[in-house]
Design a protein around this ligand. Structure first.
Ligand code: ZN
Length: 94
């Protein structure tokens, strides 16, 4: 079963956070809610750190394989983005 990738993007298509998933396990609303929960738990700003846009939206597209098949490529992309993520400050705990 092909996996899906849901991204939380700004208007310039910079990705704030993404999750790969399969329809057998979740539905789109659950995944979008999970992205917002992860952002809050990880103290990720609810705006784009690259362009400053606060206009964010979800986008879901099919991946070319299952989660297991596409995970290595997704992990490589995540690792490449980690430096950028750490560069931007996060909100302080309340
Ligand atoms: Zn942006």
């Amino acid at each position: 079963m092909p996996a899906l990738l849901t991204q939380y993007l700004c208007i310039n298509r910079h990705c704030i956070l993404a999750i790969s998933w399969e329809e057998a396990d979740f539905n789109r609303a659950e995944v979008e809610g999970l992205i917002l929960e992860v952002m809050k738990a990880a103290r990720i700003h609810p705006w784009c750190g690259l362009c400053g846009s606060t206009k964010l939206h979800f986008e879901t597209k099919a991946l070319p394989g299952s989660v297991a098949e596409t995970l290595p490529a997704l992990r490589a992309c995540e690792a490449a983005q980690s430096f950028t993520r750490e560069f931007f400050p996060r909100p302080k705990d309340n």
